[in-house]
Ligand binder design. Structure first.
Ligand code: CMP
Length: 318
């Protein structure tokens, strides 16, 4: 049977040190809920907080109202990246654990190491199941925030995994387990992506997958530079029309860095032909035509370097 570690706040640093990324945890006792709005207020009111942080766990959730006879409604985890900017001062003030969903930014990982704390991940989409692990719920602060107020939950056997341990090992970074290297790739949000106001949505998807933007700018290619960039396609029948399209308006070009970036970014973008692209990919969700396919990603390390240099190198062409 899989080994399970039980945690009952307040937790001390010794207990945290023994935990490793990937460990299965059952939390018993009391934890506090807070989403981004409540976090802002907590940080603004430091050091006078509505509850003592020392050794405690904050769970990123906004529970739905309870059905009659139950202590709480659905209480699944929300995306942790939203509260990243508030996490550092709270860890510095004694908070030991956080529970949420998805990856954390580099600054939070460094703070977890610095303060010897822990990030736990709960099962996204399982809010109804998790609510069965809550025995009682008590309002602690900010009632005007409704479901985003701070509640103290009494939990029993609340299941989660160690997402990031106190040494900074992170189960959400694929490379920790598969030895995939960090690399850089070039992405272009094409004129149709910019004119459809999809720049933010597209960047959000890459960032949510843990990629860092290391270079970015907006460019309006002329016919000559668009033709040069896509010269490998110059014998193809679609070349002239495609070059005209690529120079028809501004593009956003960026270099993304992350584990296995070249392959993974192309997976997130999807098949060249949006009709053949997998569900949930950028092209499937937003593009309709093989020419107007919203976004481009380099297809090999050599291409990624050449394409990066085209836009950002010392001899950049645009
Ligand atoms: P991308 O893979 O980013 O780079 C080459 C582009 O050429 C491709 O995206 C499409 O936008 C475009 N393209 C590829 N095949 C066709 C086609 N059959 N007709 C029109 N445009 C195409």
């Amino acid at each position: 049977m899989e080994e399970v570690v039980r945690l009952t706040p307040p937790i001390n640093k010794g207990q945290i040190e023994r935990l490793s990324a990937g460990d299965k945890i059952l939390v018993d006792g009391f934890i506090y809920t807070a989403r981004d709005m409540a976090h802002k207020r907590l940080v603004d009111s430091l050091p006078d907080l509505p509850f003592p942080l020392e050794g405690q766990i904050i769970y990123y959730t906004g529970p739905t109202p309870p059905r009659p006879g139950y202590p709480i409604g659905s209480c699944g985890p929300t995306t942790s990246l939203r509260v990243d900017i508030y996490t550092l001062p709270l860890l510095a003030a004694g908070l030991v654990g956080t529970i949420g969903k998805g990856s954390r930014g580099l600054a939070v990982i460094e703070a977890i190491k610095k303060y010897g704390s822990i990030y736990l991940v709960a099962i996204g989409g399982a809010g109804a199941f998790l609510s069965k692990k809550v025995l009682a719920s008590e309002l602690v602060a900010y009632p005007d925030l409704g479901c985003e107020a701070i509640f103290r939950l009494k939990v029993k056997d609340f299941p989660c995994y160690v997402g990031i341990d106190s040494r900074g090992n992170d189960i959400l970074q694929v490379s920790s387990f598969e030895g995939i290297e960090r690399e850089r790739t070039l992405v272009i949000i094409k004129p149709d992506g910019v004119s459809s106001r999809l720049v933010g949505e597209i960047i959000k998807r890459f960032e949510a997958e843990g990629f860092d933007i290391v270079e970015v700018k907006m460019v309006h290619l002329d016919q000559e530079s668009a033709g040069h960039f896509y010269q490998v396609h110059q014998d193809k029948p679609f070349y002239q029309g495609f070059v005209a399209f690529m120079s028809s308006g501004p593009c956003v070009v960026m270099v993304l860095e992350g584990e296995g970036a070249i392959k993974r970014v192309r997976e997130i973008i999807g098949h060249t032909d949006p009709k053949k692209a997998a569900w949930g990919t950028i092209r499937r969700d937003f593009a309709t035509d093989i020419r107007y396919n919203i976004v481009h990603g380099s297809d090999s390390p050599a291409t990624a370097k050449a394409e990066r240099d085209f836009f950002f190198g010392p001899d950049q062409r645009v």
